[in-house]
Design a protein around this ligand. Structure first.
Ligand code: NDP
Length: 330
């Protein structure tokens, strides 16, 4: 039986416009990169998605290769959509992407028109959708003309397979070129999805937010540095079942004594603000109004609930807190 969403689901969440578009994203979005693939427990995956929607998270972020196995997160998401959300499609923002290796041969990777159009079609089939709300080029392709890649995105909009298009992992210079090309085609680029957290500041060095100037929104992935900026590793141990325990995208050897010391100092600042470390890490990103949304992952409902507390109330950062955080991250 499908669940009945909470009638108060829009009361707490705040929404921000994606760049100059009319599309609003929740301040907190949920990504399905991990925890939704073949190995995931279906009931846990379902509970996470339903809880998210109950709390105003309308945006679920996917990509062709999310799994493992690649494609399996989209397949599971499609199943849960059908089981639980059949009557709520118009309340959901569903995104997918192509740009990383997906199938063998020269047409299953990077940014050719051939790859993007076929991949979007495959994603739609896996999710059982007629269209995605946002389709991203997942990463820059140095060997394909940007005109071709952006042209493929514009074609997806013209075909009705994507409502909006966006880019991911683009540096400021390339992002501005992509935007200009899409503008010429009458197909605005609404977002650049990039890695940004207290521990990872490449976007600041790149002056990306200044370059985008609010015209293209920024959605920040791995805001918790894959779990480092949570209570997960504060005692220096790597719990079984944690991402570092998997030793895949987050390496167990990144939990060094120096890192643990840093995380504990950050945690002390968070405590002083009346927050947990993960709440502070999310608030820290949302303090800049040019950030459209913070894109978290969660392996349990409890994690999601904790992270959602970050959007409750206004907790401005003092100059002292900001300086202390900066000192611990560079
Ligand atoms: P996070 O930095 O939010 O890390 C999420 C992980 O941190 C969880 O799976 C969990 O790991 C741990 N965690 C989260 N909350 C808590 C908590 N409160 N307490 C303890 N542990 C917690 O983001 P992700 O790295 O998962 O990325 C989020 C999304 O961003 C992805 O799903 C994807 O949609 C997108 N993304 C995009 C990329 C791109 O190239 N465009 C690349 C990477 C991600 P665990 O319990 O397993 O230890």
């Amino acid at each position: 039986m499908s669940y009945t969403p909470d009638t108060n689901r829009y009361e707490e969440m705040k929404y921000r416009y994606a760049g100059e578009s009319g599309l609003q994203l929740p301040e907190l979005s949920l990504g399905l990169w991990q925890n939704f693939g073949t190995d995931a427990e279906h009931s846990v995956a379902t509970d996470i998605l339903c809880t998210a929607f109950d709390r105003g998270i309308t945006h679920f972020d996917l990509a062709n290769n999310y799994g493992p196995e690649p494609g399996s997160a989209e397949t599971r998401f499609g199943k849960i959509l059908k089981e639980q959300f059949a009557h709520h499609r118009d309340e959901l923002l569903i995104s997918s992407k192509a740009g990383y290796p997906m199938w063998p041969g020269p047409y299953g990777n990077y940014g050719s028109r051939k790859y993007l159009l076929a991949s979007c079609e495959q994603s739609l089939r896996r999710m059982g959708l007629e269209y995605v709300d946002i389709f991203y080029h997942h990463r820059p392709d140095p060997n394909t003309p940007l005109e071709e890649t952006m042209g493929a995105l514009a074609t997806l909009v013209a075909q009705g397979k994507a409502l909006y298009v966006a880019i991911s992992n683009y540096r400021a210079k390339d992002a501005l070129q992509a935007k200009a090309l899409l503008d010429e085609m009458g197909c605005p680029c609404i977002l650049n999805q990039v890695r940004y957290s207290i521990l990872d500041r490449w976007t600041e060095e790149d002056k990306l937010l200044d370059a985008l100037d609010g015209k293209v929104g920024m959605i920040c992935f791995s805001p918790l540095a894959q779990g480092l900026l949570t209570s997960r590793y504060l005692d220096g141990n790597v719990p079984s079942g944690s991402r570092a325990g998997e030793n895949n995208s987050l390496k167990a050897n990144s939990i060094t004594p120096l890192m643990v010391e840093r995380l504990n100092k950050l945690n002390a600042i968070a405590k002083g603000r009346g927050q947990t470390l993960s709440e502070m890490a999310i608030s820290w990103l949302l303090k800049d109004e040019r950030v459209t949304s913070v894109l978290i992952g969660a392996s349990s409902v409890a994690q999601l609930e904790e992270n959602l507390r970050a959007i409750k109330g206004d907790r401005p950062f003092s100059k002292e807190d900001l300086e202390a955080i900066d000192e611990l991250t560079v």
